[in-house]
Write a protein that binds this ligand. Structure first.
Ligand code: HXC
Length: 294
């Protein structure tokens, strides 16, 4: 182990929160190239250490998304984005809460001038601009900004007791990080309107039925399954995965004709990669492809 790695391990141990985390994950490390994190735990998971793992770690506030937490989230994502070993990222919370929303106590006394002038929440977008695939593993509450954070990810897996909601209306405000837009695209107008206008929550099962989440797992199994999905994705070409992600995301932004044109160009582009050649050659030679992300 390098001196730096040893330092980080020791520092992470000393910085671990007093309250034990509910998951029996391998010991979490709060270190990366940038130093220590206060509000999140960050490490690499998977047999090949190719899944970046971010766990929100404000258990007493049900992982309310304070400014510091979202700043750290951006830093951790930047670090994983530039780590060539990492091919997918998992974001999770605790068994009780993925995140109970933006931090209401922090927002309570903000003025319009501060919000508008300071471009409040602008940095949250980092989650949706990551090129590598991001999986949200949602146990417990995913409310307000918590639901929006999950929806900024590419895939949502839910624990069977998860609850999704946009309760901002009960606070006299509305969703501000994509809730009215991404939720509507995911579940359709009627359900999105109902959730946004009443503040009512939906269960994991309703979220699955409406297309908000792709899989529901028993609570204790959720994170492991999300990491497995991350490993599966990271085993493919990272370069081509980013192209696939870009193409799917374009379906939200472009007309069908424009989207199909973009898809075709990206498909053509894969023929400029060594990984496309390797993938097809491996099939013909009846062996497993070895992708080198180039
Ligand atoms: C700050 C929060 C919080 C939040 C919970 N807490 N949610 N603090 N911001 N969003 C704190 C509580 O104040 C309390 O701390 C502790 O977490 C435990 O919460 P309880 O309410 O005691 O727990 P429980 O009774 O189990 O109820 C859980 C809950 C409830 C149903 C999730 O906490 C709740 O309704 N939270 C607010 C959910 C919400 O409205 N989210 C939207 C926020 S607005 P203390 O120290 O007081 O005991 C938003 C805007 C998004 O997200 C805009 C763009 C990002």
């Amino acid at each position: 182990m390098s001196t730096m790695a040893a330092f980080c391990r020791t520092a992470a141990f000393l910085l671990r929160p007093a309250k034990a985390l509910p998951y029996t994950l391998t010991a979490a490390r709060s270190c990366s190239s940038g130093g220590q994190y206060q509000y999140i735990l960050v490490e690499k998971k998977g047999a090949n250490q190719n899944v970046g793992f971010i766990q929100l770690n404000r258990p007493k506030a049900l992982n309310a998304l304070c400014d510091g937490l979202m700043t750290e989230m951006g830093q951790a994502l930047d670090a994983f984005e530039s780590d060539s070993q990492v091919g997918a990222i998992v974001i999770t919370g605790s068994e009780k809460a993925f995140a109970a929303g933006a931090d209401i106590k922090e927002m309570q006394n903000r003025t319009f001038q501060e919000c508008y002038g300071g471009n409040f929440l602008a940095h949250w977008n980092r989650v949706s601009t990551v090129k590598k695939p991001v999986i949200a593993a949602v146990n417990g509450f995913a409310l307000g900004g918590g639901c929006e954070l999950a929806m900024m990810c590419d895939i949502i897996y839910a624990g069977e007791k998860a609850q999704f909601g946009q309760p901002e209306i009960l606070l006299g405000t509305i969703p501000g990080a994509g809730g009215t837009q991404r939720l509507t695209r995911a579940v359709g107008k009627s359900l999105a309107m109902e959730m946004v206008l009443t503040g009512d929550r939906i269960s994991a099962q309703e979220a699955k039925a409406s297309g908000l989440v792709s899989k529901v797992y028993p609570t204790a199994q959720l994170v492991e399954e999300a990491i497995k999905c991350g490993e599966k994705i990271a085993g493919n070409s990272k370069l081509v995965s980013s192209m696939a992600k870009e193409a799917v995301n374009a379906a939200y932004e472009l007309s069908l004709a424009e989207g199909n044109r973009l898809e075709k160009r990206l498909f053509h582009s894969t023929f400029a990669t060594a990984d496309r050649k390797e993938g097809m050659t491996a099939f013909v030679e009846k062996r497993k492809a070895i992708f080198e992300d180039k």
